[in-house]
Design a protein around this ligand. Structure first.
Ligand code: NAP
Length: 248
């Protein structure tokens, strides 16, 4: 099959691209680094010719709802319009478990993305996944000048590689609407996995607990970001992922 992977140079996208090519598929990567700017649509013309499915794993790093909405709405509208012109039969996107529990920050954009896809012209599949194991590393490396903080929170993290393989399975099938949630094999405390990651890479300083305010903080603490019953579960635990890290 021929897949267009929007955000194919990112964390999930790189795993997806490698996995798709390993399974013998043809891959077109859409990102600014490959000459495609999704907000303006520049570089999209012709890029979807002959494509069997578009897999959207683009991202913006922000906690501001207006920035998130503007990015995910803009990128999704560009992709859906290009898919209609090229008669692409399947649009897939990766969103986040519990996005509707905290729509006052980044998640606002994910909800708009889901809504546009559900009301759009292309048959679709939306996969909601929990936080990646890699999110612990991302949170740790956001620290500046030796000051590191992270929140306590109920999460059930999964390896980005397993998310990519599962999204690829869905892309090889028919449009399925909202797929079952995808989560890791066990619940963890977000602060403790950030600390475990930091320890594994040799950091011996303090990582203070700082609880985020607002709906996101409440969702983290209450378990609203945990998967719904019936979720598909990945295999690799956080500890196993940590053991497999090359720099651990
Ligand atoms: N991280 C998590 O824990 C988690 C959990 C569940 C779901 N998700 C979802 O997974 C998705 C992927 O996240 P990620 O962490 O893998 O992303 P990421 O590493 O931040 O990669 C983002 C990708 O988007 C591309 N991109 C950004 N702006 C663009 C633009 N204007 N035009 C074209 N391409 C653009 C980037 O490439 P260029 O810079 O080359 O443009 C890059 O390839 C997100 O939608 C996120 O909501 C993440």
């Amino acid at each position: 099959m021929k897949f267009a992977i929007a955000g194919g140079t990112g964390l999930t996208g790189a795993h997806l691209t490698t996995a798709a090519r390993a399974r013998g598929h043809e891959v077109v990567v859409l990102s600014r680094r490959t000459g495609v700017e999704l907000l303006s649509g520049a570089g999209l013309a012709g890029a979807l010719d002959g494509v069997d499915a578009v897999l959207d794993v683009t991202n913006v790093t922000t906690s501001k709802p207006d920035v998130s909405v503007s990015f995910f709405a803009g990128a999704t509208k560009s992709l859906l319009a290009a898919e209609r012109r090229a008669r692409v039969p399947h649009h897939l996107a990766l969103t986040i478990v519990g996005a509707d529990a905290a729509p006052d920050g980044y998640y606002a954009g994910k909800l708009v993305q889901e809504r546009l896809i559900a009301n759009g012209p292309t048959p679709w599949t939306v996969l909601r996944a929990t936080q990646f194991h890699e999110y612990a590393a991302i949170l740790f490396h956001r620290g500046r000048a030796g000051v590191h903080v992270a929140p306590h929170g109920r999460v059930q993290p999964i390896a980005a590689q397993e998310v990519a393989e599962h999204l690829l399975d869905l892309a090889e099938g028919q449009p399925a609407g909202r797929a079952a949630d995808l989560a890791g094999p066990r619940e963890e405390d977000l602060l403790e996995i950030v600390r475990a990651y930091a320890h594994a890479i040799g950091f011996r300083g303090l990582i203070a607990a700082v609880d985020p305010p607002g709906a996101y903080g409440h969702a983290l603490r209450s378990g609203a970001l945990l998967p719904a019953p019936g979720a598909t579960l990945g295999r690799q635990t956080f500890a196993e992922w940590l053991d497999a890290l090359p720099d651990a």
